[in-house]
Design a protein around this ligand. Structure first.
Ligand code: COA
Length: 324
C-alpha cells in the first residue's frame, strides 16, 4: 500500500480580451502568417488594465474546487506557480487564500518560470506523500503581458495571460503503475543558461519589473532535447514507456517544440493535447490550462496516462507522469 496524489478537480480562467495575431501587424514588422507558421500561435488572451495574476488565479481555483465538489475549507494548502506576482510580497497564494475566504491551512508561491507548474505539482506531491497536507490546490497563474517589450517582435507575439488549477488529494493506492495519481516526477535546472531567457529587472538589481529577453533559437534547441529526455526519465521511473502514454500535455510555448518533443518520444500528435493556438505561451499557467481544456473537450478520461513536461527560464525543466 502507498499513497498517491490524485487529481480530484481541474479548472481554468482566461481574461476576456482576445488578441489575434493580425493585431500585431498594426504596430510591428510581423505578419499573422509568420507567427502562425513559426509558432502555431493564432491568438492569446491579455488581462484587462488592473486585472492581476491573483484575480485570474482565484477564478481558476474556484472552477477547480467546483469540479472537485469541494469548498475552500476542505483544502490544506495552496501552491501557486508564477513569475508575474501582483506584488513583490505577499505571495499570490496567500492572496488566493484570502480571496477564497479560507482562514486555515497555508499558502506560498513557487517560481520556476515556464516550468513552474511541474515544480509546484511535484512540491504538492511531496507534501501529500509526507503527510504534511492531504488536499492541495496547485495553481499556475500569469500575466506575462506585463513584462513584454512591445517593440520586440521576437518575444511579444509569443506570450499570453491566464490561469489553471488542480485540486490534488492523497488517496490510498496499491503502489503499481496502474494506480491513479502522480506516479513519477523528474526535475532539473542549470543556472549556467541564465542569459538565454530572463527578465532584465528585479527588486535587488535595478528595482523595476523589467522586460522579458530571450535568445529564441537557443531556447528552442534546449527545449526539444531536454523535454524529451525528462519525459523519458519520468516514464522510466514510473516503470512505463512511451507506448503506455495516453496523452502528452506539454508546456504550450511553440507548436514546433511540441511536435519535435513528441517526435523524439515516439508519440504521435493524435496523443498530444495542444492549446497553444488559442492561448500562446502562458508560462506556468499553460499545463493546468491545457489539462482543463483537455478535460472540457472530452479528451482526458479517468485512467488515462498523462505525461506533462515543461522548460523555462533558469533554465529549469521537468516532467510529471500521472494517471488521470
Ligand atoms: N515576425 C517576423 N519576423 C520575426 C519575428 C516576428 N514576430 N520574430 C523574429 N523574426 C525574425 C528575426 O528577426 C529573424 O530575422 P533575420 O533573419 O532578419 O535576423 C528571423 O525572423 C528568424 O529569426 P529566428 O529567431 O531564427 O527564428 P526562429 O525560426 O527561431 O523563430 C522563435 C523564432 C522565437 C519563434 C523561435 O526561436 C522559438 O519559438 N523559440 C523558442 C521560444 C520559446 O518558446 N521560449 C519559451 C520557452 S518557455
Amino acid at each position: 500500500m502507498t499513497i498517491r496524489a490524485v487529481v480530484r478537480g481541474v479548472g481554468h480562467y482566461l481574461p476576456e480580451r482576445v488578441v489575434e495575431n493580425a493585431e500585431f501587424e498594426k504596430t510591428l514588422d510581423t505578419t499573422d502568417e509568420w507567427i502562425r507558421t513559426r509558432t502555431g500561435i493564432e491568438r492569446r488572451h491579455f488581462a484587462a488594465e488592473g486585472e492581476t495574476t491573483s484575480q485570474l488565479a482565484i477564478k481558476a481555483a474556484q472552477a477547480a474546487l467546483a469540479d472537485a465538489g469541494l469548498t475552500p475549507d476542505d483544502i490544506d494548502a495552496i501552491v501557486v506557480a508564477t513569475s508575474t506576482p501582483d506584488f513583490t510580497f505577499p505571495s499570490v497564494a496567500t492572496m488566493v487564500q484570502a480571496g477564497l475566504g479560507m482562514t486555515s491551512g497555508f499558502a506560498y508561491d513557487v517560481q520556476a518560470v515556464c516550468a513552474g507548474f511541474v515544480f509546484a505539482l511535484t512540491n504538492a506531491n511531496g507534501m501529500i506523500l509526507s503527510g504534511q497536507a492531504n488536499r492541495v490546490l496547485v495553481i499556475g497563474a500569469e500575466t506575462f503581458s506585463r513584462i513584454m517589450d512591445w517593440t520586440d517582435r521576437g518575444t511579444c507575439v509569443l506570450f499570453g495571460d491566464g490561469a489553471g488549477a488542480l485540486v490534488v488529494e492523497g488517496v490510498d493506492a496499491a503502489g503499481t503503475p496502474q494506480d491513479r495519481g502522480i506516479l513519477a516526477v523528474d526535475l532539473h535546472s542549470d543556472g549556467r543558461f541564465r542569459d538565454l531567457l530572463y527578465v532584465d529587472g528585479g527588486v535587488s538589481s535595478n528595482g523595476v519589473a523589467g522586460h522579458l529577453r530571450m535568445q529564441g533559437n537557443a531556447v528552442f534547441k534546449h527545449a526539444v532535447q531536454k523535454l524529451a529526455e525528462t519525459a523519458h526519465a519520468a516514464l522510466e521511473k514510473a516503470g512505463l514507456g512511451p507506448e503506455d502514454v495516453t496523452w502528452i500535455v506539454p508546456h504550450q510555448a511553440n507548436l514546433r517544440i511540441i511536435t519535435g518533443t513528441a517526435g523524439r518520444m515516439g508519440v504521435p500528435m493524435e496523443r498530444v493535447i495542444v492549446t497553444v493556438q488559442d492561448h500562446g505561451n502562458t508560462s506556468a499557467a499553460s499545463i493546468p490550462l491545457a489539462l482543463s481544456v483537455g478535460k472540457a473537450r472530452g479528451q482526458l478520461k479517468q485512467g488515462d496516462l498523462v505525461v506533462t513536461e515543461a522548460i523555462g527560464g533558469g533554465l529549469a525543466w521537468g516532467s510529471v507522469v500521472l494517471r488521470w
